[in-house]
Design a protein around this ligand. Sequence first.
Ligand code: FUB
Length: 319
Amino acid sequence: MKNLITNLSFLVLLVSCTTAVAQTDSAKLNNPIITDNYTGDPAALVYKDKVYLYAGHDVAPNDFNFYKMEEWLVYSSSDMKNWQSHPVPLKVTDFKWASNDAWASQVIERNGKFYWYVTVSHATIPGKSIGIAVSDSPTGPFKDALGKALITNDMTKHTNISWDDIDPTVYIDEDGQAYLFWGNTVCHYAKLKENMLELDGPIQTISLPNFTEAPWIHKHKNWYYLSYAYQFPEKIAYAMSKSINGPWEYKGILNELAGNSNTNHQSIIDFKGQSYFIYHNGATQPNGGSFRRSVCVDKLFYNKDGTMKRVVMTSEGIQ
Ligand code: FUB
């Protein structure tokens, strides 16, 4: 009898442990947020009550170890958890002067128009270049706004590499002045005219420790932040300033190596009272990795002095 009671107690204990494990295991894993395609280089735009997420579409075959990207994709969300896909809004072939490579990009809204600054390879001027597409809607369709590149490799002479004119990020300051930042190895920036289609001054450079690429400008309270990919394989680091024209003070690492992707390419936004860090890794298996990437989102937090707390990349993402 005593044995029976002991055995029954053990069984009850086992069942309750199993239930507890089952409950823990049922937590929803929301990262990566995009699973219908491999996506890299996220750029988020907050417009009205939604977030629009623009990303390059990674289509490299499994045995191909470099970027293969022919178009960009757009997704939208009202809560950062549920993401809706939209028809393909922009392809490299929409730029007649470009040859290939739908690399990193960013969309910004001005006066009801949406300007999409993209990296592509130029068909006749050797090297990477930056073009602009425009639309009346954040989901497109977009069309080439200039019929030519805004930035070409022969316009920047600070390094001899052919891929230093990539990864545009655009910011419109409170006085209405727009700025374009971009670069690989060298971080460039220049003012843009109000039409968003022409430079409005010389191309300048910013010195940042171990700058690789992927600059992203954002403002939070009274600080400007310039985050960027640091070293290679990439971590994300950042600098802060009280003015978009600097001086920029380096503040350290913001996000660690993605681990299974050489690049990490971030986008930072505030939406409905919460800050978010959007990035990519190679999490989608079986074939995910540096050239078949996946966009993820985690919360971002600030310290009282305005510095950012190091990002904790999670599988759960936004719950
Ligand atoms: O997606 C191609 C390139 O990889 C981007 O332009 C870089 O930022 C890196 O993520």
